[in-house]
Design a protein around this ligand. Structure first.
Ligand code: BES
Ligand code: MN
Ligand code: ZN
Length: 479
């Protein structure tokens, strides 16, 4: 998408006018008396978008009704943007100009964000992709509606969302662990961060027992990707480390996933990996003054002749032993090794993103992320605020000692499942065994993949959580 600021927007065939009060339409010089009267008859509380067809030009009027909080109002703008995108797609409009006549600061940017996110497509496997391709390719902002810096942010962030969604949408037969790592290398070359990929031999040498155990049943080798972005000026003294679960497909292993359809979306079990790589891409593209490292342990999880089985005891990279009682609890096995690896950086903060438990998804559904960790209150508050600003909200779960009892093993240090209750938390308690630094864990199982289109969230990978994380990084170290 091309974003521009124009001196005058009147040359565009499609123009969007944003208002926060329908009575202001009548006093706006753009519209004739008849048009303003038409708009006011069209508008009622449920109807926010009105189009006026001047034959040579289509004028769109969007009324944003201010909500109780700013963040909800901004979200209304994003949703409105998705609605506008839907209409423009029907007209096959290539370009739209946005004028903000509301008192809502950045309303044009929020609406454009919703438009662009809703305009995402995954056409790689369509033979008629040329015919299906979205026409919208340029958004023009009226002077005063946006600054160049706003546009740069919007461009980079939406591009990062697109990249993450596309990685998630790629099926296993086109995205093995090796191919995922190659995609990171490509992203690093584009945006300017370093990518090192450890191959199977190196992973064996490092004794990453958790990652190797999950990989035993696979026909394809695992990888461990290390991405690093270190600009000359950094606000953080020690690195911030991101960790992403890179299970390129999760069959459950020999504890094969049971119910009907439960594997349909399991190509998306690398959403955490895609998300952290997307964050590196955006951070480097925006040249954020932060030293960042991202780690992705990757493999598929499937039954095979050599697959790990319930009862196996695995020695993890940290030296801890794990009794495997369900091979479908594989995410924590490979994340454990990555979290252990992160200790070498003596990091300021470690953040992991993982489609870790169905329990998180069952508990809060598709509207938020379950998080937990030992980071300080200021960090947690910053995350809450970023979650609200980006409308990718967080719910913090407790990590009380009692939950830790549930993963005690009879024969090893811990076991990889904690029973039928508190599943999202016992998974977090498992990870806690492998950290010695401030850390937050984000369980994105409920939000990373959508089976239907909703507002600006398209079918398939959502990249949910990425904008929240980037918002956090952009505010990091500034207060
Ligand atoms: N990848 C799944 C979690 C998941 C479930 C993600 C649904 C997205 C949608 C994870 O590896 C898993 O299988 N977790 C198990 C853990 C259990 C065996 C302790 C689960 O949640 O059932
Ligand atoms: Mn699993
Ligand atoms: Zn999984």
């Amino acid at each position: 998408m091309d974003f521009r600021i124009a001196q005058k927007t009147a040359d565009s065939k499609y123009e969007l006018y944003i208002f926060d009060d329908e009575t202001k339409v009548a006093s706006c010089s753009v519209f004739t008396k008849e048009e303003a009267a038409y708009v006011s008859t069209c508008l009622n509380n449920e109807f926010s978008l009105v189009s006026i067809n001047r034959l040579t030009k289509l004028l769109l009027v969007y009324i944003v009704r201010p909500k109780k909080t700013d963040y909800e109002t901004h979200e209304s703008c994003r949703k409105g943007g998705a609605e506008v995108q839907g209409l423009l797609a029907k007209y096959k409009a290539a370009e739209v100009a946005i004028v903000n006549h509301s008192a809502i600061g950045h309303a044009a940017i929020y609406m454009a964000e919703g438009m662009v996110l809703a305009n995402y497509q995954f056409l790689k496997y369509r033979s008629d992709s040329a015919k299906r391709k979205a026409q919208l390719s340029r958004i023009i902002f009226a002077k005063n509606a946006a600054s160049l810096k706003d546009l740069k942010h919007l461009k980079v962030i939406t591009e990062a969302v697109y990249k993450v969604r596309t990685l998630v949408n790629e099926p296993l037969n086109h995205l093995s662990a090796v191919q995922l790592s190659a995609a990171f290398t490509q992203m690093g070359a584009e945006a300017g961060f370093k990518v090192t990929v450890l191959n199977k031999a190196r992973i064996e040498k490092e004794k990453m027992g958790g990652l190797l155990a999950v990989n035993y049943g696979s026909q394809q080798p695992p990888t461990f990707s290390i991405m690093e972005y270190k600009p000359k000026k950094c606000l953080n003294k020690a690195p911030l480390v991101l960790v992403g679960k890179g299970v390129v497909y999760d069959t459950g292993g020999v504890s094969l996933k049971p119910t009907l359809n439960s594997m349909d979306r399991m190509k998306s079990d690398m959403s955490g990996a895609a998300l952290v790589a997307g964050a590196m891409y955006a951070a480097a593209s925006l040249e954020l003054p932060l030293h960042l490292i991202a780690l992705v342990p990757a493999t598929d999880n499937r039954p095979g002749e050599n697959a790990y089985v319930p009862g196996d005891v695995i020695t993890m990279m940290s030296g801890k032993t794990v009794e495997v009682l369900n091979t479908d609890a594989e995410g924590r096995m490979l994340l454990a090794d990555a979290l252990h690896w992160a200790k070498r950086y003596q990091p300021e903060l470690v953040l992991d993103f993982a489609t870790l438990t169905g329990a998180a998804s069952v508990a809060i559904g598709e509207h938020g992320i379950v998080c937990m960790g030992n980071a300080d209150d200021l960090t947690k508050k910053a995350f809450r605020e970023s979650g609200h600003r980006q409308y990718e909200r967080l719910v913090e779960y407790p990590m009380w000692d009692e939950y830790g009892e549930q993963i005690k093993s009879d024969i090893a240090d811990i076991k990889n499942v904690g029973g039928s209750s508190g599943g999202a938390i016992t998974a977090g308690k498992f990870l806690e065994h492998f950290i010695d630094y401030p850390w937050m864990h984000f369980d994105i199982a409920g939000v990373s993949f959508a089976t239907s289109r909703k507002n600006y969230s398209t079918v398939g990978g959502t990249a949910f959580g990425l904008r929240m994380l980037l918002d956090f990084l952009m505010h990091y170290g500034k207060n």
